[in-house]
Design a protein around this ligand. Structure first.
Ligand code: PHE
Length: 572
């Protein structure tokens, strides 16, 4: 083996790098919503139980695999038995697919930092007001529901941003004035043309700005739409940032993580304080945290908890194996895993405070219940939150800081994914770190380009759904079967104990051999029947799921090809 393997500069650098990978968009735009939806405070109990019985044991497992075999995922599994190298590549492949679209979300955030500085999404309303519509006669059947309108708005007059357009929400269809039947409010729904482009464009709001103007979203994944050049700029900058952060491997990462973890933490604190001091914040927090204990008896909340734990800790993507492989001989696997798991959970909890206090404020200023304004995924970060920020004093500053927070949260998740794949390539072909970096990063960059078009969010959604629902789950299942039942849970536990400041007990074996596999199988089965999508399903397009299944089938095949390719560095 050529030389000694690179290692982290310090223990803190390693812990921060792993925390940086774990904390990400999942903590801000997924966790708060999942908590709210699944019983608030009661969900936190389920979350912590899953964290300690599944998340942290898995972190220990992945770190110890990397530490023991001194290789990224493919090399590690190859050392277990050469027949398993493909599985390591499969794990790296899942990570690779994720980084292709993670960079897209970073690109959105890059551009939104600019939009925030200029309040770009607000100016849209004025522009839409100039649009003239010539409208043919139509009726409700030809229209689509634009918006569900809360019962509390029944009888109120809805004024569209197009000033002459107004309708009363009522139980009889009412045409909007002067515009034929362009807009109809009926039975708690707002109808508009079924031509999405037309229909959305008169609903001038940050949502329209994001989906129509900014992304130019098309109706289906088959319709490419426009290539968004401004996004290309943000995308390129994002990739330069990602690649630069891992330029010299752990040497660079060890320095970068101080910024990419401490800055978002600082900013999150700003938003928590700002949020909690807003009028109406209390009602939001109440929605977020009031425990509905009866929900603990509901299987759904446990499923939500375990999938949130896995996703949030970035386990099952080959990352933590690669990061573990850079640990020095003397380390503290168990304690590190604990610290990382708890830090990630705390970040998510505070993310929820920031988000729900702002939502509470927003709801109370609109005079509607919080349940009418909650959202998750892109809808939260790029629509609801910007809209709320706009109403605050210092809107531009808070807007810029918010997207800076998203960017710094996301970048270390993105580069951890890149590093996991880069390290795998480097281990096998003994290339220089820079070369591996440029090859992997360059390929991911190219694969990301189609997502800068109008169909981008559809592809993103499908890839995301499949990678998190089946990619992650299959990788974790493979790991616990290979170690828990193959090489032996007890041996691995012994190894962890030899490299930790405290001993973990037999409970770890039970988690690895029984609890996690059963949880995973359950996830997979319920997944097939449909679960909430991490980044928020945009529209229902079941037939396009062909792409998703194709990915799941192709990844192991590609993994096998890579495994049988001749490597430069034969380690035995
Ligand atoms: N853990 C990250 C989050 O919470 C998501 C992520 C998953 C990042 C997989 C990298 C790999 O947002």
């Amino acid at each position: 083996m050529a030389g000694i393997r690179e290692t982290w500069n310090s223990r803190t650098a390693f812990v921060l790098a792993a925390i940086g990978s774990a904390i990400g968009l999942g903590n801000i735009w997924r966790f708060p919503y999942v908590t709210y939806e699944n019983g608030g405070g009661a969900f936190l109990v389920a979350y912590f139980i899953c964290l300690f019985l599944a998340g942290i044991p898995l972190l220990m497992l992945e770190f110890s695999i990397g530490h023991k075999y001194h290789q990224a995922a493919p090399g590690s599994f190859k050392k277990i038995t050469p027949r398993l190298e493909w599985f390591g590549w499969f794990a790296a492949g899942v990570g690779f697919i994720i980084v292709t679209y993670y960079a897209i979300i970073m690109a959105w955030s890059m551009n939104y930092t600019y939009e925030a500085a200029t309040l770009g999404w607000e100016q849209e309303e004025a522009r839409y007001a100039d649009i003239q519509y010539s409208v043919a006669e139509t009726d409700l059947d030809d229209m689509e529901v634009l918006r569900e309108v809360p019962d509390s708005l029944l009888g109120r007059t809805f004024v569209s941003p197009v000033t002459t357009l107004s309708s009363t929400i009522c139980d009889d269809p009412v045409d909007s004035e002067g515009f034929g039947t362009i807009l109809v409010a009926y039975g708690g729904h707002l109808y508009g043309f079924s031509d999405v482009n037309n229909a959305n464009s008169f609903m001038g709001s940050p949502g329209d700005f994001f989906f129509n103007e900014f992304l130019g979203v098309t109706g289906t994944v088959w319709d490419i739409g426009e290539f968004k050049w401004p996004l290309f700029i943000g995308f390129t900058l994002a990739w330069i940032w990602i690649v630069a952060s891992v330029w010299k491997g752990t040497k660079t990462v060890s320095k970068v993580v101080y910024f990419t973890v401490l800055i978002p933490w600082g900013l999150l604190l700003v938003f928590v304080i700002r949020g909690l001091t807003l009028e109406g914040a209390g009602s939001g927090i109440e929605y977020y945290l009031t425990p509905v204990w009866s929900k603990l008896m509901n299987a759904k909340i446990w499923l939500a908890a375990i999938s949130q734990v896995f996703f949030s800790l970035s386990v099952g993507f080959a990352i933590m194996i690669a990061y573990g492989s850079f640990l020095p001989k003397k380390t503290n696997i168990a304690a590190n895993a604990m610290i990382i798991g708890i830090a990630d959970a705390m970040t998510a909890f505070f993310g929820g405070l920031a988000v729900f206090s702002a939502l509470g404020h927003h709801a109370s200023s609109l005079g509607v219940p919080v349940s009418q304004v909650v959202s998750s995924g892109p809808g939260l970060a790029f629509v609801a939150y910007p809209h709320i920020i706009t109403t605050l004093p210092g809107a531009r500053i808070f807007g810029v800081l918010f997207f800076l927070m998203l960017l710094t949260l996301a970048v270390d998740s993105a580069f951890s994914l890149l590093e996991a794949v880069t390290a795998s390539v480097k281990d096998k072909w003994n290339t220089s770190h820079r070369k591996a970096n440029l090859i992997v990063g360059g390929a991911a960059f190219l694969l990301g380009l189609p997502m800068l078009t109008g169909m981008g969010i559809h592809i993103l959604d499908i890839a995301d759904h499949f990678m998190n629902s089946f990619g992650l789950t299959l990788v974790v299942l493979g790991e616990v079967l290979i170690i828990g039942w193959g090489t032996g849970a007890d041996r691995q536990r012994q190894y962890i104990n030899d490299n930790s400041s405290f001993r973990i007990g037999l409970w770890w074996n039970i988690c690895i051999r029984w609890i996690i596999p059963m949880g995973i199988l359950w996830m997979i089965f319920s997944e097939i029947q449909e679960r909430a999508v991490p980044y928020g399903s945009f529209i229902d397009r079941s037939q396009e799921f062909v792409f998703g299944w194709l990915l799941i089938i192709l990844l192991p095949i590609i993994g096998d090809l890579l495994a049988s390719a001749k490597g430069k560095q034969e380690t035995s």
